[in-house]
Design a protein around this ligand. Structure first.
Ligand code: SF4
Ligand code: SF4
Length: 422
């Protein structure tokens, strides 16, 4: 089976985001309880950078009330500066579905954007590279080769920061090299895009940890990138087409689906919201989404026990799409307390500033959030900061290195594997 969606599928995808209704937008009662939890509001104290302000602006977009170019620019700025961290969703007593509002607003904000070289490049990557695993792997191989050369010193200053934030691509990709050592109950595994080509070590650690609880991973053929980057950056038609490809692939069997990237797991659990209620795709998306577990919730349910306790001080960074997107907060801490002698809390609840490609598109604000995070990590005096999302890992590694700290940022799967005797 061809595992790439074709561009025609994207063009013909069913209507966009049927769940963004007037009611969704009107649910906000303007109480302001979300404001102190919003990192961009905390940074600016400006209403338009708050969840409540953004919901109002989104209403004005959808009601066609934007009068001139300046006002349109202000709206794009307010929407594009949102991290999509969903801290406001956790804080909201009215259950406002900000995620749906945000994704729809981003799509409209993208339509209002003037065409620039950076947006053309983003379009190219989103439409032609990420949805097609063959092209994504070719791009990863090219980047791997470039990373073997002394590239950084020859880059213009404007690109050096992006280079330092970039993942280190693997020479060999996980889905092309993995072989199970043991037979166990099958779990279906999302190999993903970047996780597959730049975090193959994390995938191998995940497979080893799952094998320790009697599971064997299987990677359904036809699976592709989850589409989270697309949904959060205004490419909803592409996100839907990618969701359809993954739903088809993961219907291969009714085994549990395990995901080790917070953003990808949240996206797969969110698939039903991309389709009209009552439609066949909504039913299929719901059935797949119900089987998705983050690695930490899956292992906690199976009462995963490491074979040794490591003498190290660790702290845990909540990935937004685990804490707010999936409401998973206790499980990773429970697992870490079983694996390490000291687990200390990180006094920094807000997003690290990674937020998909936010750190590339909004570098100034991203650096502000990262600074807060790195200061908090420094105060913990931890040997390791542990998280469960590739974006957070890259952001933390970059921030720790720039600050000259020795604390190492690692994935939860790696931390748990370290506590397994070989
Ligand atoms: S998603 Fe995050 S940054 Fe955006 S409005 Fe909500 S709390 Fe603020
Ligand atoms: S989004 Fe929720 S918490 Fe924020 S102002 Fe609206 S109702 Fe209140």
């Amino acid at each position: 089976m061809n595992n790439a969606i074709n561009e025609k599928t994207v063009d013909n995808a069913s209507p966009r985001f049927p769940l963004l209704t007037d009611e969704t937008l009107l649910n906000c009662m303007h109480c302001g309880l979300c404001l102190p939890n919003c990192p961009t509001y905390s940074l600016t104290n400006l209403e338009r950078y708050s969840p409540r302000g953004r919901i109002q602006l989104t209403r004005s977009i959808f009601e066609g009330k934007l009068s001139d170019e300046k006002e349109r620019d202000d709206v794009s700025d307010a929407i594009n500066s949102c991290l999509g961290c969903l801290a406001c969703v956790t804080a909201c007593p009215a259950g406002v579905d900000y995620e749906t509002i945000f994704e729809s607003a981003k799509e409209r904000a993208r339509a209002l954007e003037p065409t620039k070289p950076a947006s053309l490049l983003k379009d190219f990557a989103m439409k032609f590279i990420f949805p097609n695993p063959t092209r994504f792997k070719a791009a990863s191989r090219l980047l791997y080769a470039l990373q073997q050369s002394p590239l950084e010193q020859n880059l213009p200053d404007g690109l050096k920061r992006a280079y330092r934030l970039a993942p280190t691509f693997s020479e060999r990709f996980f889905d092309e090299t993995y072989k199970s050592n043991r037979k166990g109950d099958p779990v279906l595994f999302l190999s993903g895009c970047l996780m597959n080509t730049a975090f193959s070590d994390v995938h191998r650690d995940t497979a080893a940890v799952l094998e320790s609880v009697g599971k064997t991973i299987q990677m359904p053929k036809g699976q592709i990138c989850c589409g989270a980057l697309h949904a959060h950056n205004g490419y909803l038609n592409e996100a839907k087409a990618m969701a359809e490809a993954n739903i088809r692939a993961f219907e291969e069997s009714d085994a549990p689906i395990v995901v080790n990237s917070a953003g990808c797991g949240a996206m797969m659990k969110h698939y039903p919201k991309l389709f009209e209620e009552g439609s066949d795709w909504h039913r299929r998306a719901t059935s797949v989404a119900k089987r998705v577990s983050d690695l930490s919730e899956f292992l906690t349910e199976l009462n995963f026990a490491p074979t040794r306790k490591l003498n190290a001080r660790v702290t845990y960074q909540d990935a937004c799409h685990l804490e707010h997107g999936q409401k998973i907060k206790a499980q990773p801490r429970t697992l870490l307390r079983r694996a390490f002698t000291e687990v200390v809390e990180l006094n920094s609840p807000e997003c690290c500033g990674s937020a998909g490609i936010y750190n590339l598109l909004q570098p100034d604000w991203s650096e502000e959030f990262l600074k807060l995070k790195v200061e908090a990590i420094q105060k913990t005096r931890a040997d390791f900061v542990i998280t469960a999302n590739p974006g957070c890992l890259l952001q933390l590694r970059y921030g720790l290195k720039e600050a000259g700290l020795e604390t190492r940022a690692i994935h939860l799967a790696t931390a748990l594997r370290m506590a397994l005797k070989e």
